[in-house]
Design a protein around this ligand. Structure first.
Ligand SMILES: [Zn+2]
Length: 177
């Protein structure tokens, strides 16, 4: 126990000056929300170094998934759709949280509504589950990148696999920010 406490203290010190591990929970408060695609445990045949959360209806409320207060910057301009288009290079409407040392965390394919603005908040409403960009079914794509390269440790280390519950309250991963 003493070693665990010491490790926690070191993490807090590091977090004050550089990138740190954030916590991501399910972005949809619906027990039907599931992880539908990951990198190495693919449910759909794709391999894209990210988590896709779906199994829910297009138009379900989408919440900011990071536990704690973060700034979500909106990149919009796409017309809402549930089954894909080419808007924003395939990202559709999306939010980005910018961290230290080139890290960021993104939410793609969103349908926007009156809640969809750049905002700083803790698990607030960001919009709706949608299919803008390269999404053949409505889902939320989440990735953690450093200098634009998608990393997978944030959810693999947390044990998140395809089919696991992705509803709000379930920890899906710990991205670096
Ligand atoms: Zn995806």
């Amino acid at each position: 126990m003493r070693k665990m406490l010491q490790a926690a203290a070191v993490l807090v010190v590091c977090g004050s000056t550089s990138a740190f591990a954030a916590t991501v929970v399910g972005p949809v408060c619906n027990p039907a929300a599931k992880v539908i695609s990951t990198t190495y445990v693919s449910c759909t045949g794709g391999s894209h170094n990210a988590l896709d959360v779906g199994g829910v209806a297009c138009g379900d409320p989408l919440y900011a998934p990071l536990v704690g207060v973060y700034t979500y910057k909106l990149y919009g301009g796409c017309v809402n759709t549930c089954n894909g288009d080419t808007c924003n290079g395939g990202a559709g409407n999306y939010f980005v949280v910018t961290g230290a040392n080139g890290w960021d965390f993104r939410l793609l394919h969103i349908n926007t509504d009156a809640n969809s603005t750049t905002k700083t908040c803790d698990r607030c409403l960001l919009g709706r589950v949608g299919g803008t960009g390269s999404a053949t079914t409505p889902h939320v794509h989440m990735d953690n990148r450093q200098y634009g390269t998608r990393k997978t440790a944030w959810y693999l280390n947390a044990g998140t696999t395809c089919g696991s519950s992705a509803s709000c309250g379930n920890v899906l991963g710990q991205p670096t920010l």
